[in-house]
Design a protein around this ligand. Structure first.
Ligand code: ADP
Length: 327
């Protein structure tokens, strides 16, 4: 490949599996969420009932899939995985429902993208583990009622605001995942360096953590890149602070972890829309980028940095956002 790959060229979900902690005890950070899940697990074990349905929301790469798989592991049950966009019609959901063994977990990613017909089909499933299937049409139509084994739905969403109230209410437990603090990300980097059989010193682990936009998936990707860089540039393949800095500089990730796409978003609002307010669709159109990508992957971290504001009239770049751009 020519030149340094863009930072998000590493966002390959298949690579997630290799570094995913499998037990709840190995999940770093998100202490409050994990503690509440542990209570639920303990109660579930005592009552031998399925775990209540759980909704996890938060930006991509913060550990929603990881938590769902860890819950299944703790309960020693299987976890089936699907996603909102993959379930175009109720019939697409049926195999998962009939395959679900007692007390198992069905993980539905991007659950805010479930079509309305599937959503309605899922209500009786979540309430009484029952499906109503309509056979035939018109006068000959008959409804068949099928009983399912009790199981748990873990839904994940980057946009809990897009969920309808009836669906949201059917999740007894709703947890919001926040961006991670640097010490937690540094811990994830250190643990994953061991899994990848790479040596990294503490200051480099922190350097990678600092530039990961609060996101473990980014930390993993940067660690892999730093490892490749060290292998090529340094005899022992050790990731030293200097190597980490050079590797990150090559990806054009700045001191706060912002990538070119983040800066381009800020520059677009400033240069094209006079600092805002600017509508998301207009920004996306100018950047030639899907609005969903901006809303899911770019804006949450810029909001958290205080670099933008979302107002009813559109997005605004704040004084500190401007400062960062010119700095
Ligand atoms: P999401 O489903 O929210 O998009 P994932 O669960 O797929 O995110 O997480 C992406 C990767 O980040 C995982 O493979 C794992 O290596 C790492 N990761 C996420 N959360 C944690 C955590 N709390 N502790 C350790 N590693 C984590």
């Amino acid at each position: 490949a020519a030149g340094a790959p863009a930072a998000n060229a590493f966002d390959d979900r298949a690579l997630d599996e290799e570094l995913r902690p499998s037990r709840l005890a190995d999940v770093v950070g998100q202490r409050k969420v994990v503690e509440r899940l542990e209570i639920m697990l303990a109660a579930t074990r005592m009552r031998t009932e399925p775990l209540s349905h759980i909704l996890l929301d938060g930006p991509p790469g913060l550990g929603k899939t990881t938590l769902a798989l860890a819950l299944a592991k703790e309960l020693d049950v299987e976890c089936q995985i699907t996603s909102g966009p993959a379930l175009a019609a109720p019939k697409d959901l049926l195999p998962y429902l009939t395959n679900a063994s007692g007390n198992s977990i069905l993980f539905i990613d991007e659950i805010h993208r479930l079509p309305a017909a599937v959503e309605e089909f899922i209500y009786p499933v979540m309430e009484d583990f029952r499906v109503d299937i309509v056979l035939g049409e018109g006068l000959n139509a008959r409804t068949i009622n099928m009983k399912l084994k009790p199981f748990t739905i873990v839904g994940a969403t980057t946009r809990s605001g897009m969920l309808t109230a009836p669906l949201r209410d059917r999740f007894t437990f709703r947890e919001h995942l926040e961006f991670y603090e640097e010490p937690d990300l540094a811990e994830i980097v250190r643990r994953n360096a061991i899994k990848l059989r790479t040596k990294i010193d503490d200051s480099s682990a922190l350097e990678i953590a600092r530039r990961s936009r609060g996101t473990p998936r980014k930390s993993n990707n940067l660690l892999r890149w730093a490892r490749d860089f060290a292998t090529v540039k340094q005899k022992e393949g050790l990731i030293t602070n200097e190597i980490a800095r050079q590797a990150l500089a090559m990806l054009e990730i700045d001191v706060l972890g912002l990538e070119e796409q983040d800066r381009k978003y800020l520059r677009t609002i400033v240069n094209v829309f006079g600092g805002g307010p600017a509508g998301l669709a207009a920004i996306a159109h100018t950047m030639n980028c899907p609005p969903d990508t901006l809303e899911d992957e770019v804006e949450p971290f810029l909001l958290r940095c205080g670099f933008i504001q979302r107002t009813p009239r559109g997005r605004i770049v704040t004084a500190s956002g401007l400062n960062h751009l010119s700095g």
